[in-house]
Ligand binder design. Structure first.
Ligand code: NAD
Length: 266
């Protein structure tokens, strides 16, 4: 049995993960936390997630995630994920971080904690998006001069960061394919007298509304033709299932910093 701990257990992804763990014969939930001012502290985590009571009570102390668990799966906030990654290193516990909205600096800090434990960090844990990212890098390598790259994403109205972590990861993949840094070519916002599009830029556009689980399109505009590569998530369960696949991988992996591409290979 792989013992799993879930911070953010009262959240949308936390609840979904707890339901998926309850269905998996090889996984057991051993600890659950949420933020100290959450109204759900003291609740049974399984009952709150509508997975059936499991006797795991939601607490607020982050250390509770570590002693018992083989893997922590963290979909919370950038600040708490960073802290949990530091604790995971201290306790030598594998961790999967799916939180988005981390700065490049935060990402480097998380990566630096992976000395004696395994860390899987991925802004999108769906298998489909992992393949999309690889495709985008490949196409961007081939479509260089005269091709403009634009990335369009849509998410539900609860989402707090933009562009999505996935859109940024797709932008990074496209930039990598062209041998440049996304930082140098990203065009994040257009308004007013923007001037003509700068050659080589990668543009981002963001829509927010309703309950959209996540839609991403990378569009390569050429002269008189266009290639669009898209992924649509119909249900957020794909992210939870991908994160659980990552947790199984992390439980067996050597210490190191991994992403979903490593998980799919492993
Ligand atoms: P949510 O707001 O529903 O849940 C977040 C939970 O974390 C809340 O219950 C909150 O109280 C809790 N939390 C905050 N601070 C905490 C702390 N210090 N300790 C413990 N718990 C704490 O959000 P969500 O929709 O579940 O998404 C969570 C994160 O996962 C977001 O960054 C989102 O963008 C990301 N996400 C990633 C993927 C992916 O594929 N990687 C998919 C969906 C969502």
């Amino acid at each position: 049995m792989i013992r799993i701990a879930i911070p953010g257990s009262a959240g949308r992804m936390g609840g979904m993960l707890i339901r998926e763990i309850a269905l998996a014969p090889d996984l057991v939930l051993v600890a659950a936390t949420d933020r100290p001012d959450s109204p759900f502290i003291g609740y049974d985590a399984g009952e709150l997630a509508q997975a059936g009571a499991n006797g795991v009570i939601i607490v607020s102390e982050p250390d509770a995630l570590f002693g018992l668990a083989d893997v922590v799966i963290d979909f919370t906030t950038p600040k708490s994920s960073l802290y949990h990654a530091e604790l995971a290193a201290l306790y030598d516990t594998a961790i999967v971080v799916g939180t988005t909205g981390l700065t490049l600096d935060d990402e480097s800090k998380i990566e630096a904690t992976a000395k004696h434990n395994a860390i899987v960090y991925c802004a999108n844990t769906s298998v489909g998006v992992t393949l999309l990212t690889q495709l985008v890098q490949d196409v961007a390598t081939k479509l260089t001069d005269g091709w403009d790259i634009e990335i369009l994403e849509t998410h539900h109205h609860h989402k707090v960061d933009a562009p999505s972590g996935t859109a940024l990861a797709l932008g990074k993949a496209a930039a990598k394919g062209r041998g440049v840094s996304l930082h140098d070519v990203a065009d994040m916002a257009r308004k007013g007298q923007t001037g003509a599009r700068k050659e080589g830029d990668i543009g981002f556009a963001v829509l927010r509304g309703g309950d959209v689980a996540g839609e991403h399109s990378v569009i390569f505009y050429g002269d008189s033709e266009r290639i669009e590569i898209s992924h649509r998530a119909n249900d957020r369960v794909i992210f939870a299932r991908g994160a659980i696949r990552a947790a199984r991988f992390a439980a067996m992996a050597k210490s190191g910093f991994y992403d979903m591409t490593d998980v799919l290979k492993g």
